[in-house]
Design a binder for this molecule. Structure first.
Ligand SMILES: [Zn+2]
Ligand SMILES: [Zn+2]
Length: 378
């Protein structure tokens, strides 16, 4: 038997149930879960709503959607069983310590066969823990193909490992997306300035990755509405912080932010909130040739002065998770550089509703995760 958390009613306490462990997929594996990360995408399922400005969308608009949903897409644990037809070249064994890449696509379409399954149009049916496919706030999970079960080196603990497939991978994609811009700004101006918006789990993780990948002269500034979260960012070695005190005017906050950049703004901006306020303020602080990467799913709509894109050859880019290849690169980078995760906050599966609620209220400093069973990490 296995235990799992189910969303049975939107915004109501999750139900913990015992069910049979699923049969091992022929080409895949069953993973006994040690940790599952609590993510904002879980909340989007819980309240079934993403704000698009004038309208909203929800997962219930997708084909195959039905309650109960079993959320959880940030999964680490050990391999419990492997299917008879699993690809042996994956080299996976029972007992291996693993993280699960959850962005499984249809494996047939053009994007899937070119290694971009995270962009497959079938993803609301195939992504583990998002939409119709059973997720990882459970003691066990079935993964359809072993290529998505990725071995973790001994140097990566399982609690850190569980956050790599989503929050780690998304920030890795954001940081590597701006790397070229940061290197060019360093070449042109002697140093680059980068703004990270949001000092939560993703923001802190991006700070670590940026410190590992950007030229050492790069000045990394972190902005947040929480002075407490900014303190953690400062302790982790960012160059400076900017407190977006909500009692100040938009003009004052713009002035305070742009003055922290190098000669009139930032060469690159990574927005892990991505609301109307953060997106518009960020764009106004972006230097010519700068790159503004939008990552967060806070929701809303924004207005930009369009000639500023053209006149300054500025760029805006959306980043959504990352590919299986990037996931493997990230594991190597974290292992090689012994990168420290954001502060981790542990919850029991029975307390998952509390974890969701605290995340929704912005009260988790760092990253929340469900610790399933000590024995799973042996
Ligand atoms: Zn596909
Ligand atoms: Zn996630």
């Amino acid at each position: 038997m296995m235990k799992r958390a189910e969303i049975v009613e939107l915004n109501k306490p999750l139900r913990i149930v015992e069910v049979d462990i699923p049969a091992t997929p022929k080409k895949g594996a069953i993973v006994k879960i040690a940790y599952s990360g609590v993510c904002h995408s879980d909340l989007h399922q819980w309240d079934d709503c993403i704000d698009l400005g004038n309208t909203t969308i929800g997962l219930s608009d997708a084909v195959g959607y039905k309650l109960p949903l079993i959320p959880g897409h940030e999964i680490s644990g050990t391999v419990q069983s492997i299917g008879e037809e699993a690809d042996a070249t994956a080299g996976l064994k029972v007992g291996d310590r693993v993280a699960v890449y959850p962005w499984i696509g249809c494996s047939k379409c053009g994007v899937c066969t070119h290694g971009k399954s995270e962009c497959c149009k079938e993803r609301q049916l195939t992504v583990i823990g998002v939409g119709a496919s059973s997720g990882g706030h459970s003691t066990h999970v079935a993964v359809s193909e072993v290529q998505f079960v990725v071995k973790l080196p001994e140097s990566i603990p399982l609690d850190l490992g569980c956050m790599l497939p989503c929050s780690g991978l998304t920030t890795y994609n954001a940081v590597t997306s701006v790397l070229d811009t940061v290197e060019k700004a360093t070449l042109y101006h002697g140093k680059a300035s980068v703004l990270i918006i949001g000092a939560g789990g993703l923001g802190l993780w991006s700070l670590r990755l940026a410190q590992a990948l950007f030229p050492p002269t790069t000045e990394i500034i972190v902005a947040d509405i929480s002075a407490e979260k900014l303190k953690v960012a400062k302790e982790r070695g960012c160059h400076d912080t900017v407190f977006w005190d909500r009692s100040l005017s938009a003009a004052d906050l713009h002035k305070a932010t742009i003055s922290k950049g190098n000669k009139g703004g930032f060469d690159a901006i990574m927005d892990f909130v991505n609301s109307q306020v953060t997106a518009e303020r960020a764009f106004r602080c972006l230097k010519p040739y700068g790159l503004h990467v939008m990552v967060g799913l806070f929701g809303g709509a924004a207005t930009f002065p369009l000639p500023m894109l053209t006149l300054g050859a500025r760029q805006i880019k959306g980043v959504y998770v990352g590919s299986l290849q990037q996931f493997n690169e990230l594991i190597n980078l974290v292992s090689k550089n012994k990168l420290e995760p954001p502060p981790l906050n542990y919850f029991k599966l029975n307390d998952i509703t509390k974890a969701f609620t605290l995340l929704k209220e912005g009260k988790i400093n760092g990253r929340g995760l469900i610790k399933h069973d000590d024995k799973a990490s042996l």
